[in-house]
Design a protein around this ligand. Sequence first.
Ligand SMILES: [Zn+2]
Length: 450
Amino acid sequence: MNQKILIKNSTIVNEGKSFVSDVLLSDGLIQQIGNIDIETNYKLIDGTGKHLLPGIIDGQVHFRDPGLTHKGDLYTESKAAIAGGVTSFIDMPNTVPNILTVQSLREKYEIASKKSLANYAFFLGVNGDNIDEFIKMDTSQFIGVSDDGLYFTKKGNLLADSPEKMEKLFANCKSIIAIHSEKEEIVEENEQAFRKEYGDNIPAKFHPIIRSTKGCYEATKRAIDLARKHNARLHILHLTTEAETHLFQNDIPLQEKKITTEVSVHHLWFSDKDYERLGMLIKWNPAIKTEQDKQGLLKALLDDRIDIITTDHAPHTLAEKQQPYFQSMSGAPMVQHSLNCMLEFYKKDLISLEKIVEKMCHNPAILYGMTKRGFIREGYYADLTLVDLNSQWTVATDNLLYKCGWSPLEGTLFHTAIKQTFVNGNLVYNNGRFNEMFKGMEITITTKSN
Ligand SMILES: [Zn+2]
């Protein structure tokens, strides 16, 4: 049973504008936007003084389900997402098993239908192992295909690192190809050099020198050249260097782009200055780089060379992180705080609310062709989040919802708070309390011919 909910007097942030209005939700959809009278059968939410945003769509998460559920699962991590205003996510294929077949992909959808509180979609994995099978499939049915995280299972399986496999993929794939872009040979050479000097105990601060700018830039450049040659639809995941931002265009609308990219929140938030304080906790692949890279990424986000913001939410247990360099796992949980982080930039006058909504809500829906999501429009799914832009709180262990129970942001003071989150018209998160009766939906896509 869907509730009828009236959100009264909030400031709606949508499609480049902010204005005070009412929104009526029913049957899972946004039914009306405007001046709406209160009726007795409506559940009333007073939005006075608060801002209503479309629910955040996170285009890259690792919720670890199935197979790695000691780190996180589709229930725990989707719950954390919703507390952070995230109503939809696309999850990566490096679970156990790796999602390399249509059957395993369907099984993952099945698990999500029972466990996920947020709306979900899944990338099909592609790497050296299934590329030949893969190119025989009708690839237009997938929201996207990706190699992200799969390189951990076997060396040499990173697509951006194998021009021959990429040629095959780009010549045949009809969906978005989202790749992790680093040149493995450059990384390995650097690893050798540092291993010689430090053995296994390489300090975390050398991570961005090992996983270097050169390694990122050359892989991204090569992937773009190949995509252009085959007129393929390429998306470069989690960009980390200022140098790479100059490889992307902002002179055509997102709808017309064949080559797109994203930045993950942590690459805007942290810089190499933070390794001293946080060590392996902020070891990500690709690495957190310099202050100049961080500023270059924000600049490219603001001038539209970067299209969307993701988290690359990748929980590991604290024990898995607190290991010597080569054993410490790369990745960290971020999905509960991505909107708070971006709103801190807003508070510092570095980005507008409208731009945050464009990059976290509208553009992911456009980029992946999601049906009726990402905007506050009548007839669209009622995925919304109500935020208080004047509320202080500190990230601490006891307010984390991740199964892994830690965050690199612990101790951070935020000046905004997510108050309510609506998923498909249901009030699923309300001031710290959850209604778990309602599960998320599979995200459908509207395929356009290439
Ligand atoms: Zn990832």
